[in-house]
Design a protein around this ligand. Structure first.
Ligand SMILES: [Zn+2]
Length: 457
């Protein structure tokens, strides 16, 4: 598509590793695209230019690697000196320049540091009860307490969550340590594609040393918190996600909009809104799932009926009308273009003054533009009609298949996949607890089947 690429220097086109670079160089070569810089123009199919180009890219990658290595080595040295090298300070601290030396360290921020201590206290010792005994709080309860106290959440988040509390309880910075390379980015080939993922570094890569910043928490308290965490078998959100939920990403909370989560309990599972400031009340998983399937079945019955009676006549005729409108607009444009040409003639013949000419030609041009934009929007409307038509035909068999096989599918992942083919989303609303002994089905469930967006259906 392009004749050339304009860059300040050819090194700007250097990317990634040797293979990536080969792809860049070949793309220029095979598409015969020029590289134009203020100093020199490169024709990729000229042998000398090609060599010069590849060499330039090679050098710039080497240079980048050297700089990066030097930077990493410098950072590691700083960490070993107990300096804080990350760009963002953890909650409870601010990042300050070290006096008479290079680099940064951390300084406690009064109020926030107190909250950190408070969190550790609630988690390890707990709150004093009326009888004088202590009651320890879990991460969710701590988050809830902080929200009730209107303590601003870290990083400008709207509220505290159990995950926020967990990150704080696990961070050795509060112990006066500095850490480096806890996680690293790893490249992996999945289904023939390179994927990047963050994984924990191996023990010998990880660095944890004494920092020069003051600790907020005693070592005994910090270690106690770690013990409680491992005894509870607390799992991170990442780990929890792999525990299967067939409704994952399908069911949302109608009160706050968050995706509903599933939590296994003895003898089943419950569905709850993970937002701890939401009023939403949880339900038994099985009851919600059964209602959802019933909902799909009811909807399918109605939809099939509507589909059989209405047929596709209405849509076909809508498309026809729009196609006629396009043909008319095209005809209008050619007429207007002729008129526009005539205004030029009239100007040349002296019939029109310059003023009249400008006025006439502008108004004609505006009408041409209008007709063109009408055509564009009609074309996209027809496209939407066609997609809608098509998916009406496909969603019925999809929903039928779902109802047939759902119960017999072995994995939550398969169930989830099928649900997502049929449902855009489902919204769950429950504001009151179920009365004791009731079926526990006092919630509302609204289904949004996957149909192309339209106002009428
Ligand atoms: Zn909610």
């Amino acid at each position: 598509m392009w004749d050339g690429v304009l860059v300040m220097e050819v090194e700007r086109l250097a990317r990634g590793d040797t293979i990536d670079q080969g792809i860049v160089a070949q793309t220029f070569k095979y598409s015969d695209t020029m590289i134009i810089t203020p100093i020199k123009d490169y024709k990729p199919n000229d042998e000398f230019d090609e060599e010069y180009f590849e060499f330039g890219l090679f050098m710039s990658r080497r240079e980048y690697k050297t700089i990066n290595r030097r930077l990493q080595r410098g950072r590691l040295a700083s960490v070993k000196e107990g300096k804080y090298v990350a760009s963002r300070p953890p909650y409870g601290y601010e990042r300050v320049r070290i006096e008479h030396d290079k680099g940064f360290t951390l300084r406690p921020v009064g109020d926030e540091a107190d909250i950190v201590r408070f969190i550790f206290q609630l988690y390890t010792t707990g709150e004093k009860q009326e009888g004088g005994s202590y009651h320890k709080l879990g991460m969710g309860a701590i988050a809830k307490r902080l929200n009730e106290m209107h303590i601003p959440a870290p990083n400008g988040a709207s509220h505290w969550q159990d995950g926020t509390v967990r990150v704080i309880l696990k961070n050795p910075t509060y112990l006066g340590k500095v850490r480096w390379k806890t996680n690293k980015t790893q490249k992996k080939v999945v289904d023939g594609r390179v994927k990047k993922e963050r994984v924990p570094s191996s023990a010998d890569e990880r660095v944890l040393t004494n920092g020069i910043h003051p600790p907020l928490i005693d070592e005994s308290v910090f270690l106690l918190a770690q013990d409680i965490m491992s005894s509870k078998g607390s799992v991170s959100i990442q780990e929890r996600k792999t525990i299967a939920n067939p409704l994952a990403g399908v069911l949302t909370c109608g009160l706050c909009g968050r995706t509903m989560a599933r939590h296994p309990v003895p003898g089943g599972a419950i569905l709850y809104c993970p937002n701890n400031i939401c009023r939403s009340v949880s339900s038994k998983y099985d009851i919600v799932e059964a209602r959802l399937l019933q909902g799909i079945s009811d909807w399918l019955k109605d939809y099939r009926l509507m589909w059989e009676t209405a047929q596709s006549d209405d849509i076909t005729s809508a498309v026809e009308i729009k196609e006629k409108a396009i043909a008319k607009a095209k005809h209008d444009i050619s007429t207007l273009e002729k008129q526009l040409a005539r205004t030029h003639d009239l100007l040349e013949q002296g019939v029109y003054t310059t003023e009249t000419f400008l006025e006439r030609s502008r108004s004609i041009s505006a009408r041409i533009e209008q007709a063109k934009s009408d055509i564009a929007s009609l074309v996209s409307e027809i496209e939407v009609d066609r997609i809608r038509e098509e998916s009406k035909k496909t969603i019925i068999p999809k929903a039928e298949r779902l109802l047939d096989v759902y119960a017999s599918l072995p994995s939550a992942e398969d169930k989830n996949k099928l649900l997502k083919e049929v449902l855009e989303k489902a919204v769950y609303v429950k504001e009151k607890r179920s009365p004791r002994g009731s079926a526990g089905d006092n919630f509302e469930l609204t289904l949004y089947p996957k149909l192309p967006y339209s106002s009428d259906k």
